[in-house]
Every structure is written in C-alpha cells, then in structure tokens.
Design a protein around this ligand. Structure first.
Ligand SMILES: [Ca+2]
Ligand SMILES: [Ca+2]
Length: 254
C-alpha cells in the first residue's frame, strides 16, 4: 500500500476575465478588417469571447488561444460610425466587462479648396500666402506643389502667414511671371483627393508693377477666390483658383 499523501493542484478562479482590444484608428477607410484582442484570466475559455457590432446580436470571436489572444473579422461595412464590443466568459462562468472600440468608416474623398491666395499681381518680394480647406472632413493634411515641383506635405506655416485656417506660405522674392500652387487634401481616414485645387497668380518686379498699375484698367485682385475659377477670366492676370484636370498620384512624394 502506498500511504504517501496525494497532492491535487486545484486552481480556483474567483476573478472575471479582463478583455482588451487593439482598436482600429478613429477613422478608417477600409470596409473589411480584422480586430485583435486578448483575454487575461486564470481559466481562459477557448469559446468564451463574443463580439457585437452596434445593435447586432453577439457573435463568437475566433477561439481564444492559450495565451489569451483572439481576433474577429469585420466585413463589408458601410460608411458611418460604429461601436464594437467584446465580452469574455471564463471556465468558472464569470463574465468580465465589455471592451469597447468606436470608429468611423470614411471612404469619401475630400474635396480640396484653396480658400485664399495671394494678390495677383503681387510684388516679387512679397510672401505669397495660401489657405487650404477640406470642407466636411474632420481634419486633413495637405500635399502641395509650387510651380510644378514634386508634391510635398505642408509643414508648419511661416510666422508671417500664421492665422486662421491651414496656411502655406511661399516667401519672396519670387521670379517675375506666373506662378501656380497646386494642393490636394488627404483626410484623417487616409482618402486622398485625386483632383488637386490650383491657384495661379502673377508676380511683377517693382518696375513692372508700376507699369501694370499705370496702364492696366484692372485693379489688384484680392486673394479670396472661388474654387471653380469660373468667376474670373484665366487669360487675365487675376488670381485664379480652379480644379486641375487629370489624375495625380496621391501618394507621390509621401
Ligand atoms: Ca476568471
Ligand atoms: Ca472623407
């Protein structure tokens, strides 16, 4: 007979599982994607995690792995705001608090506007200031090309042009002649405007400016221009904002 004591290891689980999700970013431009999560508990139940999207019923996630990890796949969602909840139950029957993610699916391309630009004509030593906008979007960043250069991201505006709106400033002296600013917006979900807005203006040196002022019947045009450009004759030296034609690689220069 063996009278040595028998040792049984009994793990008693008094705690509810804690579920954590790696939430998608607040703004998403995809309609199908995977969300990953993890359950922490002393008695993880493989089939214990469920998710629900909005008011839909709870659905099982993938099986919870030994290390607590799981995932769920969201497919063919439409644009709009979403709330995703996941809850987990352990082998002892405890259900923990829901983990929640909120996000918005935005697949709408931003429409870039140049809401203000420099006077045309302007003197060559002046700073050409622009204000960009993307109406209807939460936030955008802007890629610009001045006089046909590669598109670059707008960085911190210069002090002289700081103000309301999203500014880009081009410091003088600029060459005499026509100059064009092109810009497209990328919204917070990552959607890029395929048709940049453009703004053309003319620059005179001191002498040319005086001649222009003496002989032209035009007055100097202020910068606030309609996006369409239809209100002004592109053959004149007016400031002109319009949509450029043709597709532009939205990620060129990124
Ligand atoms: Ca537990
Ligand atoms: Ca958008």
């Amino acid at each position: 007979m063996d009278y040595s004591p028998v040792t049984a290891v009994v793990s008693v689980d008094y705690t509810a599982p804690v579920t954590t999700m790696h939430c998608p970013p607040p703004l998403v431009n995809e309609t199908s994607f995977t969300v990953y999560g993890v359950v922490e508990d002393t008695s993880i139940k493989a089939s214990g995690s469920e998710f629900k999207l909005g008011d839909a019923p709870y659905m099982p996630t993938t099986a919870v792995a030994v290390d607590g990890s799981f995932s769920l796949v969201l497919t063919d969602l439409s644009e709009g705001p979403y709330t995703l909840k996941v809850k987990s139950t352990d082998n002892a029957g405890h259900t923990g608090e829901e983990a929640t993610c909120t996000f918005v699916i935005d697949q709408t391309i931003p429409d870039t506007e140049i809401t203000m630009g420099p006077n045309s004509p302007m003197k060559m030593e002046e700073t050409a200031g622009f204000v960009f906008a993307c109406p209807g979007e939460t936030a955008c960043f802007y890629m610009y090309s001045f006089d046909g250069a590669d598109f670059k991201m707008v960085e911190e505006p210069s002090f002289r042009c700081r103000g309301l709106g999203y500014h880009k400033c081009v410091e003088g002296p600029l060459n005499a002649g026509m100059h064009t600013m092109m810009v497209y917006a990328i919204d917070a979900a990552g959607n890029a405007d395929p048709t940049p807005a453009a703004y053309s203006f003319s620059v005179f040196d001191e002498e040319g400016y005086e001649e222009f002022a003496a002989f032209s019947s035009f007055s100097v045009v202020g910068g606030a221009t309609p996006k369409s450009g239809k209100a002004r004759d592109p053959n004149k030296v007016w400031g002109l904002a319009q949509e450029a034609s043709g597709p532009v690689d939205p990620y060129a220069g990124l």
